[in-house]
Write a protein that binds this ligand. Structure first.
Ligand code: NAD
Length: 377
């Protein structure tokens, strides 16, 4: 099985889909691995390290893709890359398939069998392939680092001869994978941390990390978690109560990190312009949901905004890309585990009835085959 990996070409993408460690694992599965020169540079991996691990490094994208059975990427291939695929090639990436229809259509047109890693189901057997978790965890960590960097004061309480420096107050809104890591990271830096979510199960998780839980805990809250473990969109009444609770809390906070998402919908607005206007000058907001429309009124994609009252709102997309070496290492392991499902006895063996592959396959046999995407193409 010939596996190819090309350099990421999407704006700002620093991660890569294989590391020397996973090159060795892929070769052990019976594959050959060809990597485009420069693939690992954003993750501090020189070409020579791929060669030392057993890969062939080529400078030319088309030469890398020529004859490849499986193509591994972080983000969807460009139109040029897709045009260089052989018919029936397997492409595995975070395709952002709901939003990036052009790439999905191009892959179908090229007769590729494309898998979207973001569609891998969150079942126990697939945990090792869960890119949403591996990347969200790092995003939660990095969000706190970005906040600490933008904040003009320290996080821990420090008692010095010149007097005491107060601990920062950090509020985390949305306590999924990213939010939990943000709580843990802010605590490690010495902040006083509070957190909120609409799913009741998060209360215990927040408290077990040493943070204080704060939420409107009414009847609707008790039923806010779907069978799949995600949040439901909340009613206007609930959102109004939530906004009141937020209003009295955020005036006292130094840092707010928002991570709230609802699958398949725009992110809920948790901090209104009025909330932001009520915050102290020098306070910092990190909006992790900015790509999904944002949790914060006034946050701007890939911009740092300073409001009239001196609040900094950070809207970086791709926070995992700001911790690229670790993000690539974990992503590459997720991918390698997935590839393990496709190779049997050293040969390509696609069983599209496998629960994981069935959930993740987006295009096959020249068509868009994913249930969630049919009719939209
Ligand atoms: P996510 O990224 O979809 O959302 C982030 C958080 O925002 C969630 O906790 C959600 O409840 C919260 N949220 C939504 N609307 C909100 C609102 N109005 N106010 C406050 N918070 C709001 O979540 P995620 O990180 O993908 O995690 C979702 C679930 O999946 C969790 O239960 C998690 O434990 C579970 N999970 C399971 C597995 C597995 O079994 N393999 C792996 C990872 C995560």
């Amino acid at each position: 099985v010939a596996i190819a990996v090309t350099r990421e070409r999407r704006e700002g993408e620093t991660r890569c889909a294989v590391t020397p460690e996973t090159v060795k694992k892929l070769i052990a599965l019976g594959a050959t691995v060809t990597v485009e020169a420069g693939t690992g540079l954003g993750s501090s991996i020189p070409d020579a390290d791929y060669v030392a691990a057993g890969a062939v490094v080529k400078p030319d994208t088309r030469a890398v893709l020529d004859g490849a059975d499986i193509v591994l990427k972080v983000r969807g291939p460009t139109a040029q890359e897709t045009s260089a695929l052989k018919p029936g090639a397997v492409v595995i990436a975070m395709l952002d398939a709901y939003r990036d229809k052009a790439t999905v259509d191009a892959l179908a047109g090229a007769n590729a069998t494309a898998f979207a890693m973001e569609f891998v189901p969150r079942i126990t057997r697939a945990q090792v392939m869960d890119v949403l978790s591996s990347q969200a965890n790092l995003a939660g960590y990095r969000a706190v680092i970005e906040a600490a960097y933008a904040y003009g004061k320290g996080f821990p309480m420090m008692m010095t001869a010149a007097g005491t420096v107060a601990a920062a107050k950090v509020f985390i809104m949305g306590v999924g994978v990213a939010g939990l890591q943000a709580i843990a990271t802010a605590r490690r830096l010495g902040a006083v941390v509070t957190a909120t979510d609409v799913r009741p199960a998060t209360k215990e998780q927040v408290e077990s990390l040493g943070a204080k839980f704060l939420a409107v805990e009414d009847e609707e809250f008790k039923n806010a978690q779907t069978a799949g473990g995600y949040a439901k969109p909340m009613s206007a009444e609930y959102q109004a109560k939530q906004a009141d609770l937020t209003a009295s809390h955020v005036v006292k906070q130094d840092i707010v990190i928002t991570t709230a998402l609802i699958p398949g919908r725009a992110a809920p607005v948790l901090l209104t312009a009025a909330h932001v206007a009520s915050m102290k000058p020098g306070s910092v907001i990190i909006d992790l949901a900015v790509e999904a429309g944002g949790n914060v009124e006034g946050s701007k994609l890939n911009e740092v905004v300073t409001t009239a009252n001196g609040v900094t709102i950070v809207g970086w997309s791709n926070l995992p890309g700001r911790i690229a070496a670790d993000a690539s290492a974990l992503y590459a392991r997720n991918l390698t585990a997935f590839v393990g499902l496709l190779i049997k006895d050293g040969g390509l063996a696609l069983d599209l009835e496998d629960e994981i592959l069935k959930a993740a396959v987006v295009t096959d046999g020249g068509a868009v085959v994913h249930e969630g995407l049919k009719g939209t193409h």
